[in-house]
Design a protein around this ligand. Sequence first.
Ligand code: GLU
Length: 423
Amino acid sequence: MWMSGATAGPDYTELETVTTNYRMAAEDLGLPDDLRTVLAQPYREVTAQVPVRMDGGGLRVFTAYRVQHSGALGPFKGGLRFHPMVDLDEVRALAAAMTWKTALVDLPFGGGKGGVTLVRRDHSDAELQRASRGVMRALQKVLGPQRDIMAPDMGTGPAEMAWLMDEYARLVGHAPAIVTGKPEALGGTCGRVEATGLGVAITAREAAREMGLDVAGARVVVQGFGNVGSHAAEFLADLGARVVAVSDVDGGVYHPEGLDLPELLRRCRAGITGHHGMDVERITNEEMLALPCEILVPAAVGGVLHAGNADRVRARLIVEGANTPTTPGADVVFAERGVTVVPDILANAGGVIVSYFEWVQNLQNVRWTRRKVDDELRERLTRAFGIIHRRSLHDSVSLRDAAHRVAVERVAAALRLRGFDLF
Ligand code: GLU
């Protein structure tokens, strides 16, 4: 799905972007043809009908997708998205990205993704609850705490996870590890809501250090002020960065000296729209990407940085809070111009890492402290960044190429050891 209002369309779809990144790694690694073919497509795709009774009495039929890309390293893992533009190709792309993401940060999971074509703000909580329960009923046979574990993604959060968990309990029996990202009162972990944003800030700091860029005082632009973008902005500000612009689907606000972030967060979390009384300049999402800054965090939808606009980006460092925000066409431009990109499969992996912590806690019936969650998250991300950074220096390639090489290598090794060739 693409940002509305973009001046030129992206040069690659999300599926083409993910596939191209995989193919380049497979090629560079000299992966044999049979392995390459297995990993080029999803293991299983489910498209299901979800009939939902509306509050007014009428019936709407939604389409739910669940794509399980690779289970070589463990149960499939990945979010469930509620978004009007969701289609099977997008879910295929995001499922494959989850395979590489979980492998890269060394989690015992494969990759999966789900999506429902649904406009969240058009529905009441009761309708969203019925839709979530319908999704669980439709997909239950391919899910399970040791088979496929869903989690929040765009348009879903702890409430949906609670309903999914409850519906699974009714169908199969109580098993909190069936989904992650649950409310803490239902076995969710502390730190999950903030995890992706915190991961963005951690990887931004690691990359900045390698570039000799000081995060303290750096100007940051955050495109997308949802769960990922708002927390990333907050954690980067904690590191001393100056957040000069943020945006949501309706456009952005800019202040060259730095925004009043606490006030923006307060309004956003209170559901207040508009920026009445604030000293800010209104800008479009496309203008945001071209603002003078050191760090750009695309944290909204896919395909926002493409061959048609990459030239206008003035940041030195791009940290991908969103999934697939950068097309391979834009990557070429960034490589030529010496712009460092921390790829999505590392930069936004904080969410699935803490999901893994939640799954472990559920299986062991224990609770971790916030300090343990944050420390373990920091340690895993820092270690993964180090491995990728060293690989990028060794192979003289971008962080994205290095990340894909490491991830594809690990998944391919697991498939080989499992004896995939004699299936
Ligand atoms: N939806 C998130 C992602 O794209 C999190 C997935 C999870 O926690 O399983 O990484």
